[in-house]
Design a binder for this molecule. Structure first.
Ligand code: DLZ
Length: 159
């Protein structure tokens, strides 16, 4: 999947002053995670989000449970993680648990969950999507913007 086709939007056009947004971030792959977190923080600042809660968990497998609890007190959640394929099927299980779990959190709570979990074959692929100086994509920013935009859309509909 490439970033080609992504909507040309910017969080600066959003007004998130009334929102509480929780960011839950895994801790594997330091440099890439730092870029994703920085991107998410930038998007939330651009969107002028009123209250931001940040929580770290050990790995991407732990993202859904933390997201589920945080969704109880936030209007939207941003989930950030990096999973890099190794030599065993472990990659598939962690990716599947994170994606299915986060989808489930979003649907069962009715709160948007921005999906900023990179599932990569190599570390280079992660670095290229982490919003770092030489990256071509900024997935932390995109995930946070998507969560805020969706929360505002739902609020605007009164649902
Ligand atoms: C065990 C594991 C492995 C091998 N790789 C990653 C990874 O690339 N990215 C990530 O976020 N987490 C990884 N983990 C840790 C699991 O997500 C989880 O934290 C542990 O299995 C403990 O439940």
């Amino acid at each position: 999947m490439s970033g080609h086709g992504a909507p040309a939007t910017h969080a600066g056009e959003l007004d998130g002053a009334e929102l509480t947004v929780a960011v839950v971030a895994a801790s594997w792959h330091d440099t890439i995670m730092a870029g994703l977190l920085d991107g998410a923080r930038r998007a939330l600042r651009d969107a002028r989000v009123g209250t931001v809660i940040e929580v770290r968990v050990p790995g991407s497998f732990e993202l859904p449970v933390a997201a589920r609890r945080l969704a109880e007190r936030a209007d939207a959640v941003v989930a950030l993680g990096v999973v890099i394929r190794g030599g065993t099927p472990h990659f598939d299980y962690v990716c599947s648990a994170a994606t299915t779990g986060l989808t489930d959190v979003s649907v069962t709570t009715g709160k948007p969950v921005g999906f900023g979990v990179l599932t990569c074959d190599t570390e280079e692929q992660g670095l290229d999507r982490a919003g770092l100086e030489d990256s071509s994509e900024d997935k932390g920013y995109e995930a946070a913007e998507a969560a805020v935009r969706t929360a505002l859309t739902l609020r605007g509909l009164g649902v």
